[in-house]
Design a protein around this ligand. Sequence first.
Ligand SMILES: NC(=O)c1ccc[n+]([C@@H]2O[C@H](COP(=O)([O-])OP(=O)(O)OC[C@H]3O[C@@H](n4cnc5c(N)ncnc54)[C@H](OP(=O)(O)O)[C@@H]3O)[C@@H](O)[C@H]2O)c1
Length: 443
Amino acid sequence: MGKIRCAILGCGNVGSALVSQLAEGHDDIVKRTGVDIEIAGIAVKDVAKHRNTDVDRTLFTDDPFALVDDNSVDIVVELIGGMDPASRLIDMAIGKGKSVVSANKELLARRGSDLLSAAASAGVDLFYEAAVGGAIPVVRLLSESLAAERLYRVSGIVNGTTNFVLSSMSEEGIDYNEALEEAQRLGLAESDPSADVDGYDAAAKAAILAGISYRCDVRLDDVAHEGITKVRAEDVQYARQLGYVIKLLAVTELSRQGDTVPQVSVRVYPAMVPVSHPLASVRGAYNAVFIEGERCGEIMLYGQGAGGAPTASAVMGRSVDAAIKRLAGHRPYASMIPARESVLRAPRARVSPPSDLRCAWYINMDVRDKPGVLAAVAKVFGDNEVSIRSMEQVGMGGEARLVFVTHEAREGDIDQTLEELNGLGAVENIGGILRVFGDNRVR
Ligand SMILES: NC(=O)c1ccc[n+]([C@@H]2O[C@H](COP(=O)([O-])OP(=O)(O)OC[C@H]3O[C@@H](n4cnc5c(N)ncnc54)[C@H](OP(=O)(O)O)[C@@H]3O)[C@@H](O)[C@H]2O)c1
């Protein structure tokens, strides 16, 4: 049996659950793996604060740098979140030859490639399973089990708050504000929900997923993201009538492999997903990642994407891995880095211009209900190479609402179509505009 000393930075939602899980699971871990993980210290901001775990209070310190500097510490688990001081603390831990486990999506999405290459140079592990999908072991699956696979699209529902809001809008027929208030009442949304509802949290996870899936350096700033604040109750109802549900998706695609530098598209947007698609069945605050590869076909992972206990479960699994590998003297596995000894840094990804990307669209508009309007609208679509798959008309007195679903079209052509439609006198208002995802009928 070997002893591993672990410094825990942060004892909030995830940190306190980890401390409890390490105490409860200690004897089992020793029996199963022969590793005795001992907590060397727990860094927090306010040592006097009440904690949801009955850990020895002498372990608390408000000096995380001194804890990381302690030569007896083997593994540093970073659960503070955000950029500073988490970033400096991880640099310091790697510099001192310690293995690191982190759940910090923002840091990994901004500096993941730098940190992984520093860890590889130092010969230590940097694990970040919990940064995407909480308890879902998607990072490990993509980086290890599917290391030899040619993946071409990895997409998913990676933000539980927005999935809860959209599910409530669809299932209860309520509007966005009501659904958000319900999420806040249940503790599933922050009082300032902007990081979730604006798609920022999902964008960080999309960058991480793309980096692992296509073995390149994708950063948060590369991800174009749209949130759910403009999704209207009526679009959710039209989606249902047309056989779709609206989901906020992180979509990463390999546009072109290239010799050394892959070209990728990495985006977050609310999309119409056919009810028959596996992602459509993901309800409430659950997360799922849908993986498509040349040989493996389709794989979907589903589970709890957030919450103290599920997230800590992933952190704990990777901490045990890091401990076992440290004791056994294994070389680190750096999952964003190509498996060539001489190359310690993943190539910077080339990001496809959004205007070149192709997908199908749902477009809903109010027009004057008079002869010739439909033909004029259809001509604008046709002139811009956008083919219409279906159209429904709902009469409303002197106006009519037209609901279109297009075939796949270039995004640049859709933008031009919308611009010209906006200039058409007969078009009163263009309301819902959403991409269609995963529908083979629109190809
Ligand atoms: N919560 C989730 O469901 C979830 C899911 C997936 C990933 N994550 C990630 O997990 C990480 C932790 O999330 P969380 O929800 O546990 O956060 P949290 O509840 O806000 O906890 C943060 C902890 O860090 C401590 N801290 C803050 N600044 C510090 C400083 N300068 N020095 C020392 N300690 C400091 C805080 O101390 P005090 O307690 O004294 O204030 C607190 O214990 C984040 O990276 C987050 O993105 C969270």
